[in-house]
Design a binder for this molecule. Structure first.
Ligand code: PMP
Length: 362
């Protein structure tokens, strides 16, 4: 007999990240994980180097400096900010603290995969609500809520669809939820949004008392490898997180890099301008090639090839050119590939590869 975990653990399929190697292909362009187009800001690289000699020291368990830097940048009270080993960790801690056996977690059918993975291992029943036109359906979410619901997750913008809800819809969602339900607004891609009717969520956190906003340094600041995320939460939720998080959950290099990244002048503006320009160009180029591209407010686009076989063939054709994008079968979107907006050269390679592919397979 082998030792067995709790039964809910075995219902979880392991998260499979993007590959980073293709046999026989020397130059790889990795556009599968929505990493920032420009890598980390130079100041962050310096900060990581500078921390190396301090590696024997435990980091500041209270994460004071990084919380203050985030607070100053976003105009938020540092006491209401909690940092995590990536925002994934904070999402998991919230699920463990507020969910678990006997509770339900409500999410959009094609919402971010980690809500389901973590929710399942925590023992929550996962309720997936069909979207309308691949956009979260607020009425459907509200109708799916039951007496056991404790958590509602909304990625805004959503990964992998790229879709977004205007603030009025997010407010309507919150207003329709009971007070004993935590609404988690996952704003990992907030910086990339260009629509004016959007808000990343801090206002709603302040207004509601039972809403949390999560953010990350993995996207706009190109620091996915550092694992640095944060959330802005009501004081009671901050208190709960401080009980369940590990004492040194974020490492010293990540915090130093985060502070340096926030100080990097113009980084966000330049990155957003690049993303807006090339998200538009990639969308237009693929559309011109005969591929349906879902509207996106993130740093990626969802390209829909109409059927799974053609999406698979397109994935293969891109691999031949060293382009690694994300197949969407595990998200239940087998006809689609999710393509991160890389630098200008990388985006041009995507347009060229898929234009050539469609000329043969369209
Ligand atoms: N939320 C969403 C919607 C994401 O796409 C991601 C990254 N794939 C995350 C959260 C987690 O990001 P991280 O743990 O790197 O902060």
């Amino acid at each position: 007999m082998t030792v067995m975990p709790r039964p809910s653990i075995l219902s979880v399929e392991p998260y499979v990240g993007g590959e980073s190697k293709i046999p026989g292909v020397n130059r790889i362009v990795k556009l599968s994980s929505n990493e920032g187009a420009f890598g980390p800001p130079p100041g962050a690289i310096e900060a990581i180097r500078a921390m190396a000699g301090e590696a024997h020291r435990y980091p500041d368990g209270g994460a004071k400096a990084i919380r203050e830097a985030i607070g100053a940048r976003f105009g938020l009270d540092p006491a209401r900010i909690v940092v995590g080993n990536g925002s994934d960790e904070l999402l998991a801690l919230l699920i463990l603290a507020y969910g678990g056996e006997g509770t339900e977690l409500v999410m959009s059918a094609h919402g971010f995969l980690m809500y389901e993975i973590t929710g399942r291992w925590a023992g929550c029943r996962i309720i997936k609500v069909p979207e309308k036109n691949l956009t979260t359906d607020v009425d459907g979410m509200l109708a799916a809520v039951g007496p056991r619901t404790r958590l509602v997750f909304l990625a805004n913008p959503n990964n992998p669809t790229g879709s977004i809800l205007p603030q009025s819809e997010v407010d309507r969602l919150r207003a329709g939820l009971r007070d004993d339900i935590l609404l988690v607004l996952d704003s990992a891609y907030a910086e990339y949004v260009t629509r004016p009717d959007y808000d990343a969520g801090a206002k709603l956190v302040d207004a509601s008392g039972n809403t949390v906003m999560t953010r990350t340094f993995s996207k706009i600041f190109g620091m996915g490898g550092m694992r640095l995320g944060w959330c802005y939460a009501p004081a009671a939720v901050v208190d709960v997180l401080s009980r369940v998080r590990g004492p040194f959950n974020v490492n010293a290099a990540a915090m130093a890099a985060g502070i340096a990244a926030l100080a990097e002048k113009g980084w966000v503006e330049t990155s957003v301008a690049h993303n807006t320009e090339w998200r538009g160009k990639v969308s237009a180029g693929l559309t011109a090639a005969g591929i349906k591209v879902w509207p996106s407010e993130g740093n990626f686009v969802l390209a829909d090839f109409g059927d799974a076989a053609r999406a698979k063939a397109a994935d293969e054709a891109m691999k031949q050119r060293g382009l690694i994008v994300r197949a969407m079968a595990s998200y239940g979107l087998g006809s689609c590939l999710r393509i991160t907006i890389g630098n200008a050269e990388e985006c041009s390679m995507v347009i060229e590869a898929l234009t050539a592919f469609m000329a043969q397979n369209g």
